[in-house]
Design a protein around this ligand. Structure first.
Ligand code: SF4
Ligand code: SF4
Length: 341
């Protein structure tokens, strides 16, 4: 399995994954289950869907005696005794330790639908149900189906999802743009890959739009080769990757020979994160898709409105980089904190 990852959203990871699957005639799987777009970018659509469930425990109030044994047995603190036992389905991890402990058999298993696997003609992708949090369950279900020769369009960020995809992968291509935020996020993914010792290569995407030396420095620092420099193709803004001949020709020139990355030391000088801050009001800036400019809008709003900025993209925090050298300190409730790494 060849996984295509990026760190930062909007680098062209899915575009490259679609292009590679076409050029190499390998099946394509979309693993960005929280924001699935692989099928749309390919130009495919679902022929059938399979629901994905997670398991939780539920109490039969008619049988429950309120003895409280199950409360003690739950390792996740999901059960409360309110006369009878009550299980919070949002906290329950479905281990069923409580079921085994109940002396009267009042606990049963229940399934909750958390997403689906979509099967198209060319692409298979996982999709988390909006509002659900169990992306891990959907991803694991998808990864169980991925064949050895597949190309997997991974998730952005450096989250546990990315770790799971990388752990299953035989080889990884990391798509990097020649801009600072992409370099920072790619570094975080490279640390995961170095720990897992996954053969990795970099594709420098939109290479004609920035300073490629930034990517060369990254390549040198982690000992990961750059196997291709792909130009910025304006047509990709309006057309699907398989409709842009020049892009496919450029991608077809890649030699897929990877080198094992060296282990690399931890990043130095990690900034202090704000702790225990509470705000009576806040504005959340969200986007869905990566690369839309969410962080830039958040920074602009915070400056314009004079509000402190909190970067909650813990998987791929960029605001610290985007703020530049001068403005990396913000006052929160009278104290000055450095915000995110
Ligand atoms: S152990 Fe069984 S009977 Fe006792 S409180 Fe829990 S569910 Fe009710
Ligand atoms: S299934 Fe596991 S996590 Fe859920 S309530 Fe029972 S013991 Fe707790």
């Amino acid at each position: 399995m060849l996984a295509v990852l990026s760190g930062k959203g909007g680098t062209g990871k899915s575009t490259i994954a679609v292009g590679l699957s076409h050029i190499l005639s390998r099946p394509l799987y979309g693993a960005d289950v929280e924001s699935p777009t692989t099928m749309i970018i390919y130009g495919d659509q679902p022929i059938r869907k399979k629901p994905v469930y997670r398991r939780v425990a539920e109490v039969d109030e008619g049988l429950c005696t309120g003895c409280g044994v199950c409360v003690e047995s739950c390792p996740f603190g999901a059960i409360m005794l309110l006369g009878k036992a009550y299980i919070d389905p949002e906290v329950c991890e479905g281990c069923l330790a409580c079921k085994a402990s109940c002396p009267v058999g009042a606990i049963r298993e229940k399934r909750i639908e958390v997403g689906e696997i979509r099967y198209g003609k060319h692409v298979v992708e996982g999709a988390l149900k909006p509002g659900e949090k169990e992306s891990r369950v959907v991803l694991e279900e998808l990864l169980r189906e991925v064949p050895k020769n597949a190309i997997v369009d991974g998730a952005p960020g450096a989250s546990p999802l990315v770790y799971r995809i990388a752990r299953k992968a035989d080889e990884v291509i990391l798509v990097v743009e020649p801009i600072k935020t992409s370099i920072v996020d790619a570094s975080r993914v490279l640390e995961i890959l170095a720990r897992l010792k996954r053969p990795t290569a970099i594709i420098a995407n939109k290479a004609t739009l920035g300073d490629v030396r930034l990517i060369e420095e990254l390549s040198e620092k982690y000992g990961v080769p750059i196997i291709a420099r792909i130009s910025f193709h304006k047509d990709l803004l309006f057309k699907r990757p398989l409709e842009v001949k020049e892009f496919l020709e450029e991608l077809a020139s890649i030699e897929l020979k990877f080198a094992i990355p060296r282990a690399f030391s931890k990043p130095k000088d990690l900034p202090e994160a704000p702790r225990g801050s509470k705000f009576s009001q806040h504005i959340s800036v969200v986007s869905g898709k990566g690369g839309t400019g969410k962080t830039l809008v958040a920074i602009g709003l915070s400056r314009y409105l004079g509000l402190p900025l909190v970067d909650a993209d813990v998987d791929a925090p960029d605001s610290y980089t985007l703020l530049g050298n001068i403005e990396r300190k913000y006052a929160i409730r009278g104290r000055v904190y450095r915000i995110d790494p």
